[in-house]
Design a protein around this ligand. Structure first.
Ligand code: SF4
Length: 254
C-alpha cells in the first residue's frame, strides 16, 4: 500500500484491510474482485491484484507464512528489490537497507557525493546499516529524505548530517548528485493519463458490470472509444476483469 502512496492516506485503508484479511490465508480465500473493491480510493489498483496473488502463493508454497529469504520474497507478485528489503528489515529485523527514493537522495548527496544507480545505493546502504539496527537506520533515512533532504529544497542549515555531508562540504554549489542521477525519475502527470481513465473504469466496475458501449463514458473519454477499449483490454490481460455474455458483452471484475 505504501508503494508510491503517502502514509496518512494509507493508514485507514490498511486498518480496513487488516480487519478484513488478518492473514494471507484470509486474503487468498476470496475472489480477487473482493480485494480490488476494498482497495477503492488507494489508486494503483494493480497492487491489490498482486497482493491477492502473493497471498495465494504464500498459502500454496509457504504454508501461509510470508517467507524471509530475498529470492522467495521477490518471487511473490508485486514484490521487487525494494519491497523485499523493506519486509526483511521491518518484519524480520535483517541487517539490510531499504533504499527508497528518499534514502537514495540522502545517500547520493551525503555519503557518495555523486549519482548512484539503485544497485549502488543498495550496496552502499547495506554497508552503513549498524548491526541489529536496520529498522532505526531505514526509518531515519526515510524521514531525513522526506523532511530535510528534500528533492527541491534541502534544508542543509538544519540537517543533522551537515558536517558529514559530502555535497554540502563542497559548498553544495555543484550539480545535485541526486538530481543528475538515474534514480531521480519524474512521475508523468495523472490528469488526462491512461492511469486516470483506468482508475475511473475500475471504479465503475466495483459497482457492477460495464457493457462495451459504456466503456468510453466510464473511462471519462466519451469521444475516444478506441482508447477506452485499450484500457479495458489491459485490465483483462492483467487479470482484473473479464468479458461475460455475448450481446452485448459486459466487462466485470474477476
Ligand atoms: S546537508 Fe543538505 S544535502 Fe546534505 S544530507 Fe543534509 S539536507 Fe541533504
Amino acid at each position: 500500500m505504501l508503494q508510491q502512496t503517502q502514509v496518512d492516506r494509507v493508514v485507514p485503508h490498511y486498518e480496513r484491510f487488516v480487519a478484513a484479511f488478518g492473514t494471507p490465508g484470509d486474503c487468498a480465500r476470496v475472489r480477487p474482485a473482493e480485494v480490488v473493491r476494498l482497495w477503492s480510493g488507494l489508486g494503483y489498483n494493480r497492487r491489490a491484484l498482486n497482493l491477492h496473488r502473493a497471498a495465494v502463493t504464500v498459502v500454496a508454497e509457504h504454508a501461509g507464512m510470508v517467507p524471509r529469504q530475498d529470492d522467495a520474497l521477490r518471487a511473490l507478485a508485486g514484490i521487487g528489490t525494494y519491497t523485499a528489503r523493506a519486509v526483511r528489515s521491518f518484519a524480520f529485523g535483517d541487517d539490510v537497507a531499504a533504499v527508497d527514493t528518499n534514502a537514495v537522495r540522502v545517500l547520493s548527496r551525503c555519503v557518495a557525493g555523486s549519482p548512484l544507480t539503485a544497485g549502488e545505493a543498495n550496496r552502499l546502504g547495506d554497508r552503513l546499516v549498524p548491526a541489529g539496527l536496520s529498522w532505526e537506520f531505514n526509518q531515519t533515512m526515510f524521514d531525513l529524505g522526506a523532511t530535510v533532504c528534500t528533492g527541491t529544497r534541502p534544508d542543509c542549515a538544519h540537517c543533522p548530517l551537515r558536517r558529514q555531508c559530502v555535497w554540502r562540504r563542497g559548498g553544495a554549489t555543484g550539480p545535485d548528485p541526486w538530481r543528475t542521477g538515474p534514480t531521480a525519475r519524474r512521475q508523468s502527470p495523472f490528469a488526462g493519463s491512461d492511469r486516470q481513465g483506468r482508475g475511473r473504469l475500475l471504479h465503475a466496475l466495483r459497482a457492477g458490470g460495464v457493457d462495451r458501449a459504456a466503456l468510453a463514458v466510464a473511462c471519462g473519454w466519451p469521444d475516444d472509444a478506441a482508447r477506452a477499449d485499450m484500457v479495458a483490454a489491459a485490465l483483462v490481460r492483467e487479470g482484473f476483469a473479464r468479458w461475460s455474455g455475448a450481446a452485448p458483452p459486459v466487462l466485470r471484475l474477476v
